[in-house]
Design a protein around this ligand. Sequence first.
Ligand code: RIB
Ligand code: CA
Length: 335
Amino acid sequence: MVKEKIIMDVDTGTDDAVALVMALLGEEYELLGISAVNGNVELRCTADNSQRVVECCGKEESVKVYAGADIPLVCTLDPQSAQARYPLPIRESYGEVDNMMHGFHLPLPEAKHPYEKRSSIFWMAETLLQAGEKEISLVPTGPLTNIALLLRTVPEVIPHIKRVVLMGGGHFIANASSAAEFNIWADPEAAEILLQSGLDITFVPLDATHQALISAEEAEEIAAIGTAPAKFVSAVIKERIARYSRRDRDMAEYGAAPVHDALALCALTHPEVLKDVRECDCHVDIGRGISYGRTVFDLRERVQPEAPNCRVALGADKDFFYQWILGILKSGKEC
Ligand code: RIB
Ligand code: CA
């Protein structure tokens, strides 16, 4: 099997963690390294959580975690912006407010090894420049700050990037605001920089991830696999179900939760998991109004449409996704 060479840029978080386990154990992936970004929680947590996941899978000798940007490009320069207040500084959060969806540290043992201190932007640039043409795919599952900084500071990497398959955006569904999905909302300008790069971009948005929910019964089946990574994946899915049920009425009804980021990784090697895929022109609303951070996919049926700059999936095959998760975890060695 030819392995897909990938770099993941993550804001680990619970669903990023599931995606990392799949990338670390999946035979179809050669995970070259992990770049952490501020997002679900502060950078020191997203990097530390990623390191904990790598060690849970026993891959700390071969897969390193690098820290990137701990603040978005520009949106938090306005202290009155909603983004400036997210996430709460850790000192406040440890005290009163736990992060609603992700907590600050994953339910894993403390990392035995520190994550790399070298900037992930420099590591990604060096790794890509040493690679062949279109050799490495990027899988961003958090805000796109690191990716934008990479593209702006070292544009020579672009010919070495095969494609970008990202979790982000929403057409009919939003979460961070009434108009925008979190990964894009958290750094709208970064996402627009990626969209203007000319790279081959696939969006796996909320419209797709919300069609690939994992239930509590399925989480129990995952736990029964019995390995440490399987038990961890089961635990975080059950935690996600509990937290979604407290917030989202439809999720409470389903008794299930999306595992957004893992679906993006699945789509990289199994595009058949995505449904209703459209090639289109997309841009991000970077005005400072109510729709700031919204992904605007132009799906109009025009005789002469704008040249597409991405593809977006408006659906997903839940059964394929779940079997993919089971298959990788069942094949993963005990560690
Ligand atoms: O909107 C969902 C996305 O935001 C996921 O990547 C989740 O981890 C958060 O980063
Ligand atoms: Ca994420």
